[in-house]
Design a protein around this ligand. Structure first.
Ligand SMILES: *[C@@H]1O[C@H](CO)[C@@H](O)[C@H](O)[C@H]1NC(C)=O
Ligand SMILES: *[C@@H]1O[C@H](CO)[C@@H](O)[C@H](O)[C@H]1NC(C)=O
Ligand SMILES: *[C@@H]1O[C@H](CO)[C@@H](O)[C@H](O)[C@H]1NC(C)=O
Ligand SMILES: *[C@@H]1O[C@H](CO)[C@@H](O)[C@H](O)[C@H]1NC(C)=O
Ligand SMILES: [Cu+2]
Length: 584
């Protein structure tokens, strides 16, 4: 499956000076990801799409906690790409976090980029995906992180690990869907199917012959590594006749939760322990849309896969029954059961900074003929709709002290307070302002962010995702957050540790974490259409004082934003910018 060799490695990105990351007893794994256009047929429709190595979903990365994975990403396609290791904290090394125009320029066609994926305390399931335009639709795959060899699981040992990736398929090329979506100023065209491990399953036309099948043996235990890689939808997941135990979320273990359904937002992962202990037969596992803000514009047909005990079966498998497509209570009930495995986790009990971030879908007047309505939809955090830079990335600009790329003034509060769950009252208040703004944090700052959903243009859930850190979800509720009434109810004992949390529709969620990872880190909604509309911002975590509290230097082969041939490596990583703390 993957190399089991234990070695001691020292990762010196530049070999001769500055930081080296030394890890004892960790393994190094190598992968080669060739991004290519390959032909795939679903729903009787053939199209070419971007994939890694021609596979859809892409290859699974296997590693153990604390390992280092080196991935050579080679762009053999005809468009820009960047690849992100979702949920991997990448300590002190944002350079290969893979977010274009935030931490790197995209990898242009015929270029390659050697990326390091630096695991630390993550264990369980994470995933990788493209972070440029909408290419993550077909450029994604699982990351399975096992315990170190001498350790075991905090639950009965599973017989097998089974990545189960929920995806989405458009018959049209996703690049076309994306372009039309940008031009229209409106919601994107609905997708044509949901997928499990790349297949729509028995309920969709022309699909039955390829339905994903998991062969199980009676009496054995399977660990399902469930990933929601869909673009725009929170999903329900069920297995007929089989309850399961949730044992992990977002690459961290949880207290076991015995349940008959799961909910995950785009970007989120869950580890589900399933016992094959039902009458020998075959059963559907299925993923179905949850949509609260609108009647689902996607199809409501669930994607299915089959769990099959050895045998021959004539009758079709049973389909599990799902909550209603808009059953918000079912989603909140499930998510509120997630707790950290241990008690007394290292959640900050006191915080130095408290940030209050409103999440909104906005409307801006639009007179362009391509606009489908008199306004176009945008989105914002604290009324700032994020624009990515186009000629250099934010990390490079920060590291080299280049001004004019971003501003360091992302607001800690919305510009005005209103009844958020009612939404703004005047049409002109519905327009956001634009910015490329960062919030700068001193190293080790402990902070709380309260995300407040707003009802501007109709409320919806927003799964907020933070790069470079995990956070504890200490509280959430419906309605407007109340800074007197709500904090006493926080869970500061065993809150779940996550990187992705859906803020309830017209509700709020409070997270806490310590900004102990120097670098430039994107935080954004993981619903792709909201991200495209601008629901993102950037944290810059400054270096600490000690050498091991500083960012490592960049690799020599960072992709360039210039037209080819790419410029030679800049000064081999020597910092050119004026970073005060570089002096010591
Ligand atoms: C499965 O879970 C549901 C909901 O939690 C519960 O009502 C049911 O009794 C469970 N079934 C078994 C066999 O435990
Ligand atoms: C957001 O900013 C725009 C532009 O400055 C302004 O017109 C609008 O009133 C603001 N909206 C809110 C809710 O603060
Ligand atoms: C940051 O926090 C860690 C652990 O809490 C501590 O060991 C270290 O001294 C702190 N560094 C600074 C600069 O505060
Ligand atoms: C690809 O990236 C380069 C470098 O940032 C940029 O100049 C070019 O416009 C991008 N191409 C597309 C199609 O976005
Ligand atoms: Cu969102």
């Amino acid at each position: 499956m993957f190399s089991n060799i234990k070695l001691v490695f020292t990762l010196c990105f530049l070999g001769f000076f500055l930081g080296c990351l030394t890890k004892v007893n960790a393994a190094v794994h190598f992968y080669r990801f060739e991004v290519v256009n390959s032909a795939h047929t679903r729903l009787c429709t053939k199209k070419t799409m971007l994939t890694v190595n021609g596979q859809f979903p892409g290859p699974t990365i296997y590693a153990r906690r604390g390992d280092l994975v080196t991935i050579d990403v080679v762009n053999r396609a005809d468009q820009n790409i960047s690849i992100h290791w979702h949920g991997v904290k990448m300590p002190r090394y944002p350079w290969t976090d893979g977010t274009d125009y935030v931490t790197q320029c995209p990898i242009q066609p015929r270029k390659s980029f050697r990326q390091q994926m630096i695991l630390s305390d993550e264990e369980g399931t994470l995933w990788w995906h493209a972070h440029s335009a909408w290419s993550r639709n077909s450029v994604h795959g699982a990351i399975v992180i096992l315990p170190p060899t001498r350790e075991t699981y905090p639950f009965p040992k599973p017989h097998a690990h089974v990545p189960v990736i929920i995806g989405e398929w458009w018959n049209s090329k996703v690049e076309k869907v994306y372009e039309k979506f940008l031009a229209s100023g409106d919601d994107p065209e609905p997708s044509d199917a949901f997928l499990i491990n790349g297949q729509p399953g028995d309920l969709y036309p022309c699909s039955k012959q390829d339905t994903y099948k998991l062969q199980v043996e009676y009496g054995k235990r399977y660990l399902i590594k469930l990933i929601n890689a869909a673009m725009n939808n929170i999903m329900f997941f069920k297995i007929s006749n089989h309850n399961f135990t949730v044992v992990g979320a977002d690459g961290a273990y949880t207290k076991p939760v015995w349940t008959d359904y799961a909910v995950l937002s785009p970007g989120q992962t869950l580890d589900l322990l399933v016992e094959a202990n039902q009458p020998v037969s075959h059963y559907y596992m299925a993923a179905k849309i949850y949509a609260s803000g609108y009647k689902p514009f996607n199809t409501v047909i669930p994607a299915t896969a089959v769990i099959e005990y050895a045998g021959k079966y004539m009758s079709p498998p049973l389909l599990p029954s799902f909550p209603e497509y808009n059953d918000a209570t079912a989603t909140i009930d499930f998510t509120s059961k997630l707790r950290s495995l241990g008690n007394e986790v290292d959640v900050p009990k006191e915080v130095e900074e408290t940030l209050f971030y409103t999440l909104a879908v906005n409307q801006l007047e639009c007179t362009k003929p391509s606009c489908e309505k008199s306004f176009k939809l945008l989105s914002s955090i604290n009324n700032v709709s994020m624009l990515l830079p186009t000629s250099i990335d934010i990390l490079q600009a920060y590291y080299r002290g280049i001004s004019g790329v971003f501003t360091a003034d992302f607001p800690d509060f919305p510009p005005s307070s209103f009844d958020y769950t009612q939404g703004v009252t005047l049409p002109e208040e519905s327009a956001p302002r634009f910015g490329t703004a960062a919030r700068v944090l001193e190293y080790n700052t402990s902070l709380e962010i309260v995300f407040q959903g707003t009802n501007n243009g109709g409320g919806e859930e927003h799964p907020m995702h933070l790069h470079g850190h995990s956070f504890y979800v200490v509280g959430s509720g419906l309605g407007n957050y109340d800074r007197i009434r709500d904090p006493p109810n926080y869970n500061l004992v065993d809150p779940p540790l996550m990187e992705n949390i859906a803020v309830p529709k017209n509700g709020w969620t409070a997270i806490r974490f310590k900004a102990n990872n120097p670098g430039v880190w994107y935080m954004h909604c993981h619903i792709e259409r909201h991200l495209t509309w601008g629901m993102g911002m950037v944290f810059i975590v400054r270096d600490g004082k000690r050498p091991d509290e500083k960012m490592l230097p960049p690799p020599p082969n960072m992709p360039s934003c210039g037209r080819e041939p790419s410029s030679p490596p800049l000064a081999f990583g020597a910092p050119l910018g004026k970073r005060e703390d570089e002096a010591q």
